[in-house]
Design a protein around this ligand. Structure first.
Ligand SMILES: Cc1ncc(C[n+]2csc(CCOP(=O)(O)OP(=O)(O)O)c2C)c(N)n1
Ligand code: SF4
Ligand SMILES: [Mg+2]
Length: 346
């Protein structure tokens, strides 16, 4: 009798299977956009062959901030106090810059209580991938408006938002983040390419991902619902990302394509829908976001990329060996060195 053998699981370039990037079973509502984002993070980390133990997941408080528990359970993880992930992430990266920091936050966690921390993170170009899972509400505390809720959008209870939203992408570009984009949890292909490119970037990546809250913000009148996004989404580019370790395919139409070379040699290829859109033009990026807002469009895509700016680690001239692993003999000055420093201050 013929015996059947199960084929070994498919593995990535470091020999790991997709299962090595999975986390605990989600406790979020079925259909929550945040779950789809976790899936895309798993796929992108797997395809890019990132060692899970090299990743530190950081978050604040909210349904979105719970989601790091549902992917990459071999990685380091820390939940900060509500709105305080940015300073925690800064400390973690400065202590060990060999780690890859992945911050997951909510629109409330970032743009409401955490806005003070967010703005300072964006101006430092700290190497981090900062994802906002943006549903326009505080999902965890039953759906109050957050600071990204659009003017005139309606709560399930009928309450209308009469305050203008904070555009976290425009703010991040203005303040100095070097890779800024917006996607939609329901756009598998775009979000997947964007996350893979984000993994290759050295500096602050800020991705605002519209992620409908199916329980408190997916009704008629909401501007962050699946239906609204399907009707109003305008993609800026058709994004194609080629990691440096993959064979480079040169078949493209130069008239409709722009390429950005990342630090590690990989290339972000943006197929332009608008002939004149250049993601390295900071002023144009901010202008395009304003134009889209005036037209009532939800613009998605990579708005701005600058792979050449020095990161916070470069600016601080940090030692190559992470501070966290330097021996005490290197980090603790001798009595003589201390006395000399005191003498110089006299
Ligand atoms: C200091 C503090 N203030 C308020 C709260 C209550 N709280 C918990 S989560 C949350 C909002 C979360 O909204 P968001 O970040 O958008 O995440 P979502 O649940 O929508 O994914 C609030 C106000 C808290 N936990 N801590
Ligand atoms: S309440 Fe909303 S944000 Fe929270 S898990 Fe449910 S659908 Fe997601
Ligand atoms: Mg929210």
């Amino acid at each position: 009798m013929a015996t059947t053998t199960t084929p070994p699981p498919k593995t990535n370039r470091i020999g790991l299977a997709v299962i090595d990037y999975r986390g605990g079973k989600t406790t979020l509502c079925a259909g929550c956009g945040h779950n789809a984002i976790s899936e895309r993070i798993i796929d992108a980390m797997y395809e890019m062959g990132v060692q899970p133990e090299r990743v530190v997941k950081l978050s604040g408080i909210g349904c979105s901030s719970k989601s790091p528990a549902y992917f990459m359970n071999r990685s380091h993880s820390f939940n900060a106090v509500h709105g305080r992930m940015a300073s925690l992430a800064t400390g973690a990266v400065l202590a060990n810059h060999k780690l890859m920091a992945l911050g997951v936050s909510g629109d409330g966690d970032t743009a409401s209580i955490g806005i003070g921390q967010f703005v300072h993170l964006m101006r430092r170009n700290l190497p981090i991938i900062y994802v906002i899972e943006d549903n326009g509400v505080y999902g965890l505390t039953k759906g109050q408006f957050s600071a990204t809720a659009d003017l005139g959008s309606k709560l399930k209870s009928g309450v209308i938002n009469d305050l203008p939203p904070i555009d976290t992408c425009a703010l991040a570009i203005e303040l100095g983040a070097t890779f800024v984009g917006r996607s939609f949890s329901g756009d598998k292909k775009q979000l997947h390419s964007m996350l893979k490119a984000a993994i290759s970037h050295h500096g602050t990546v800020m991705l605002d991902v519209i992620s409908p809250c199916v329980t408190f913000n997916d009704h008629e009148g909401s501007t962050k619902s699946y239906k609204y996004m399907k009707d109003h989404e305008e993609a800026l580019q058709d994004i194609n990302f080629i990691p440096a370790f993959e064979e480079i395919d040169v078949e493209y139409d130069p008239g409709a394509t722009i390429e950005v070379t990342m630090h590690d040699g990989s290339r972000l290829r943006l197929h332009k829908l608008e002939q004149d859109y250049d993601p390295t033009d900071r002023l144009r990026a901010i202008g395009r976001l304003h134009e889209a807002k005036d037209k009532g469009e939800m613009l998605t895509g990579v708005f701005y990329v600058n792979p050449k700016a020095p990161t916070f680690i470069d600016m601080l001239n940090m030692t190559d060996q992470p501070l966290a692993t330097l021996p005490e003999s290197s980090v603790r000055p001798s009595r003589a060195a201390l006395e000399q420093a005191m003498e110089e201050l006299r």
